[in-house]
Ligand binder design. Sequence first.
Ligand code: AP5
Ligand code: ZN
Length: 216
Amino acid sequence: MNVIFMGPPGAGKGTQAEKIVSEFQIPHISTGDAFRLAMSQGTPLGVEAKGYVDKGLLVPDEITNGIVRERLAQPDCDKGFLLDGFPRTVAQADALAEIVDSLGKKIELVINLSVDRSFLLARLTGRRICKSCGATYHVIFNPPKQDGVCDKCSGELYQRSDDTEEKVGTRLDEYINKTAPLLDYYQKRELLREVNGEQDIHAVTEQISSLLRGLA
Ligand code: AP5
Ligand code: ZN
């Protein structure tokens, strides 16, 4: 199955992707994770991306499209893939259509996690991530058993540099101006399904799983 997760920053895309790829055994392709990894390694891509990510701005389309083009051509994507955080502009969606077409694949479903803006600031400023395995927590909504320590691997938890109140504001503006128009784009192509991302984490997973089981 070839699926896209959409939704504003903090909607729960990464949290749900973690569960869904483990259930359906497909690769999780997150452009945000790809940029953060490159930034932590200080590669040329990381240095370039940092100037945008740290300001809460979208990285230019050509750079982002190149990453996805390369990743989707890998053999493990033949059994399906979950795109998280891509596409985020109409130009990226057009590029994706061309990429999947050239690989003889097609996008089967676009799931939009809808969450009102009023929820997002608290979700993002309270988020903590494991340095070792990347698992996501929340200090109130999904706390680890031991403060600051990952339940899964005992790794140290950290806060993302773009999860400050100021940067969250910029990220939400970028979402509204550049990404929200994609809902209409995929609605017109009859690929869009809405899932209420304001429910608890487990209820959201159940709803997504049942949509995906319909595809399998
Ligand atoms: P990216 O990493 O994609 O960030 P994002 O879209 O802003 O999304 P987040 O990861 O912040 O949120 P999420 O929806 O995954 O929420 P999560 O599950 O963690 O992108 C970062 C940056 O990279 C961008 O700003 C840009 O610069 C660049 N970039 C990436 N892709 C790009 C692209 N295609 N083009 C250009 N630039 C790009 O959940 C958030 C918190 O809420 C967690 O603490 C979680 O525990 C909690 N939570 C989750 N679900 C629930 C729930 N149901 N109830 C209560 N709490 C919940
Ligand atoms: Zn961990």
